[in-house]
Write a protein of this length. Sequence first.
Length: 296
Amino acid sequence: ETTEMTDREEAEIQISELNLLSSMFPYEEEFIVTDQLAVAELKHYVENESAEMPSSKVQFILNVKTEVTNASMVDFSMSCALPFKYPTVLPEITVRSSFLSRSQQIHLNSDLKTYLMQKCSGEPCMLSAREWVKDHAASYIDKELSASSVTASNSMQAEDITFTRLWIYSHHIYNKQKRKNIIDWAKELSLSGFCMPGKPGVVCVEGLQSSCEEFWSRIRRLTWKRILLRHREDVSLEGGGLAEIQKQRKFSTLEEKCFDAHGARGNHMDLGQLYHFLEEKGCADIFQMYFGVEGH
């Protein structure tokens, strides 16, 4: 039912991408693998049916020289790690340079991540990431810190102060692996909410905006008969930290909610029970959005 990539296919793509990088950037000052053992394990895994999944992810550094405004060259280093599920999930990349202030570095890395989320879902993207850094990184050195003292103190929180709640609707959710993904990914991304399997399927996640977006981009890449984002709530928390986020939550963790129907088929959920559950959580208006006027 799914067209998801297998772990081995993902591993093969990682190996071929590493080969490509080493042929394009043969010198250590451009490209260096920092953990040869991880690469050896990955190759072994690809070549042997019975091999275990590698125990550590491949890590490497790409160095990029780029020209700044006055024709002098500046070095940027990209520390990269490939999660086991890459390229299904995004690579982990941190760009650094001695010319960047802390807040400029945070800004640059956040923009790179946004670019990758928009452009590179499911495709190998190390070269695109390197190109992006080559073309854009220098401009962050000159970005004036508007009211610099303020920016510096808020820069750590600046990316993460929108609280988001997503309401996702699916034609049905039966598949055990998908149900496991939903719960595991929510946990990994610190999202709360609920998942109602069956027909229709309803998923609600809430937490940091960037985490919700990552969750949605993973979920919608799985194979579905029909899946859509029915409604999205965004609340700006001015400079709010974790406590503010906890205050906004309507659900404590993410759990599966089975509202068993009393029908013969047993897989149609009891929408009345769902309605009362949402009402308890202060989300009754959402029911309207999902199902028109069938509440109560």
